[in-house]
Design a protein around this ligand. Structure first.
Ligand SMILES: [Zn+2]
Ligand SMILES: [Zn+2]
Length: 361
């Protein structure tokens, strides 16, 4: 099968196309033929060295965790899935992928918080057990697979994973009846916006960097949108509009600057939900203490409610037409066009990109 591999060198080095052996599904595993696979901001952060997470990952690596595919082969012990099913995959990997008895987190369905995940290097698209969607086929454990409802297009479903991140962020933050600010209107920021709206936020304030992002935020129903020049902070406008600041802020960018902005625009006793991955940073925490703020981390889409996971909610919202994922998919590329695809994802302003995906058909 055709695969885009990464040997760990910082982009634009490190990537090469190669024909590798198609994996075979073992007991409880399924082989999936990739249809679409989104390129994630985290993938770009890792390959450009901004996120400094590559050290943990095995190499060479096949990226790609925002997948839509069709089941192509089924291992023994898989009963509720069939060849031909169109599916998305919860990319969090843990004990099941390692063939271990479930740890306390996996027992609760909180796979992205698995105690053993470090042994894999990461979830789907970040380890060698699964492979990833930057290849024609990849493997998934049966417990991580969700069938896509018939009326949901591939182009909408490819935004399921970022929507699940948005939904989980809202379970962490609980926006019901609150004035919320969302910093960043890339794929994650916009999915947080969609999730905050369906999950009962009172009023939404979105701070964006680019005009096309501001337009998308408006189309998705944001109440107030502030388009800022690079380096500008949303503090003044949002504090003016709300009096003392918002009840909670979702940082959909995850940088020192945006976390600082979140500290500034959140009112006393408010909450900051940090939906990003950042290592060392220099931040002035004075107002964090003075205002008695709370700061929450977010990692993937662990189960919060008994009956539904963020993935199942994300699919139901698409099925019922309550979100407009298709507006977020900017452009698709063939795997051979990986240079153009990465370029479009990295230079967002030039390409007006929100989500770039590989199309394998
Ligand atoms: Zn992602
Ligand atoms: Zn586990």
């Amino acid at each position: 099968m055709r695969a885009l591999l990464w040997d760990g060198k910082p982009y634009p080095q490190g990537f090469y196309l190669e024909d590798v052996e198609k994996p075979v599904p073992k007991k409880d595993w399924v082989l999936i033929k990739t249809k679409l696979c989104g390129i994630c901001g985290s993938d770009m952060g890792i390959i450009t060295g901004k996120m400094a997470l590559a050290d943990f990952m095995p190499k060479p690596l096949i990226f790609g965790h925002e997948v839509v595919g069709v089941i192509s082969e089924i291992g023994e012990g898989v009963e509720s899935l069939n060849v031909g099913d169109r599916v998305v995959v919860d990319g969090a990997a843990g004990c099941a992928e390692l063939g271990l008895e479930p740890c306390d987190m996996c027992k609760l369905g909180r796979y992205s918080l698995c105690y053993n995940q470090a042994l894999l290097g990461g979830g789907l698209g970040y380890n060698k057990v699964n492979g990833g969607g930057f290849a024609e086929y990849f493997l998934a454990h049966k417990s991580r697979i969700y069938k896509i409802p018939n009326n949901v297009s591939d182009e909408s479903a490819v935004l399921t994973e970022p929507l699940a991140v948005g939904i989980h962020s809202c379970f962490v933050g609980n926006p019901v009846g609150k004035k919320v600010a969302i910093i960043g209107a890339g794929a994650i920021g916009l999915q947080i916006l969609q999730a905050c709206r369906v999950m009962g936020a009172l009023e939404t304030f979105v701070a964006t960097e680019f005009e096309y992002q501001a337009k998308l935020a408006e189309q998705l129903g944001a109440d107030h949108v502030y388009c800022l020049e690079k380096g500008e902070t949303p503090s003044t406008e949002i504090i003016m509009a709300t009096g003392k600041g918002v009840d909670q802020t979702y940082d959909g960018v995850g940088s020192a600057q945006t976390l600082q902005d979140a500290i500034n625009i959140t009112k006393p006793r408010g909450e900051i939900i940090f939906v990003g991955l950042m290592r060392e940073a220099s931040i002035d925490f004075l107002m964090f203490s003075v205002k008695e703020l709370k700061l929450y981390g977010v990692n993937g889409y662990p189960l919060e409610q008994v009956a539904r996971t963020p993935f199942s909610i994300a699919l139901e919202l698409q099925e019922k037409g309550k979100v407009k994922n298709q507006l977020l998919l900017t452009k698709t590329f063939k795997l051979e066009e990986w240079k153009q695809a990465f370029e479009a994802q990295l230079d967002k302003k030039k390409h007006k990109s929100t989500k770039i995906a590989f199309r394998h058909y």
